[in-house]
Design a protein around this ligand. Sequence first.
Ligand code: GDG
Length: 481
Amino acid sequence: MMEGSEKRLVVVSNRLPIVIGQEEEQWTITPGSGGLVTALTPLMKSSRGMWIGWPGCGEEAPLQELFDDFGREQGYRLGAVPLSEEEVERYYQGFSNEALWPLFHGLLGFCRFSLENWQTYREVNRRFAEVVAAESPPGSDDVIWVHDYQLALVGAGLRELGADQALGFFLHIPFPSLDLYRRLPWKTEILRALLEYDLIGFQTLRYWRNFVQCVTALVPGVEVLARQRNQTLLNVGGRQVKVGHFPISIDFNEFHQEAQSRNVAEAAWYLHENLEGRQLVLGVDRLDYTKGIPERFLAFERALEKYPDLRQKVSLVQVVVPSRTLVPDYQNLKELLDQTAGRINARFAESGWMPIHYLFRSLDRTQLLAHYRTSEIALITPLRDGMNLVAKEYCAASVDHNGVLVLSEFAGAADQLGRGALLVNPYDIDGTADAIYRAFSMEPEERRRRMEQLQGQVRRNDVHRWMRRFLDTLGGRRPRD
Ligand code: GDG
């Protein structure tokens, strides 16, 4: 509980923000990494809240003991929703990642709609609601904040169990247009369930508008009461529901300061020492077909073809972090990347110069920051992305103001970073190649001006502001920073 009258924050997400491991006979628990975790951890600590989710392992680990250790060290508690292997396969890999994920990213060709998976999704969402209700029963003075597309039905489950607390939901991924969304066989049930939250937050203006358009078209009895600059007030059968846009961000100061640390400076120097006289072009993504990595390789190839003076002068370092490797579409993507990088390297490599350095693994934080800091160009070209935190991290870490951000117009981040970045359409291979060349040829003065603009943006709109804005709008008193 927060001291005084401040409300306790209960966060609910598919995965708990932890990694459970085993070293020899000893079980270990460590805080995890990734977009949502990066964003919320500092604030969970300061609010002494509770985080509920799937622990990511079976029943073999002594969870309660590990959670107690974690609570003592991190300053907030964990609650587990255990899931069987079959449930993970149907609810997470099946419905969440083979139906909602591709549909919401506008990539219909990857969608698989299965009734069985949908039924498991409903059951698992109900189980999440039961665990939350046991930890935060009706009448308790908590604020409950549910995250992302895996848990769209949790709010409705909580209401059925009598919840009267403030319930907020934030969607980290895009919300599609009415034309796309209406293909979903269970479209109305999901919308009705979302309308049980008091506040539904989206990353961008467009996703927020898409949602309002979908509910007014597909759910009878929903009416728009008021439209304000940052939110819409809906009347849903006499209850008021707020819908708004809250672009997520990063802890700017943390990234900016860490990028100047001695460890990072040394690692950055070493990277450049190995690539003397060359500009580095950086891509960092989870393995995902939404991130546009094959298209990026083709654009880089086109740039080498069209602008021969780039040869020997630039290398693309593409970090691909293994992800969802049990889903067949992700396995196919991995093969395509291996082949494309190999083909382009075989076509252009010369002695002492490799066009594409392709790393299929994650980097530790020092290495990640060193790559951000030292790369003259970041090539962030998703086909569609809710936000894309890598773009913001790159700006924060560009301490010499020498980096150029080439950014997809279909990343949510383009709304905030569009003025300082070079915006591209990732489907336009030739246009993206031109942007790579433009970034390569950009004078130091223009680089500096653009990067200062970008940094100012990310500094002002950091993750703390995001959290405050969401919780203030939800109506719960915000936890102290
Ligand atoms: C979802 C939405 C939205 C990446 N490689 C390494 C590494 N990372 C960290 C980055 C960043 C995070 O992972 C990736 O976040 P993104 O936002 O770029 O992408 P998603 O994982 O798809 O996240 C997205 C986000 O949720 C938040 O709302 O922006 O649109 O899809 O923080 O730093 N970290 C380390 N090594 C790596 O190699 N240590």
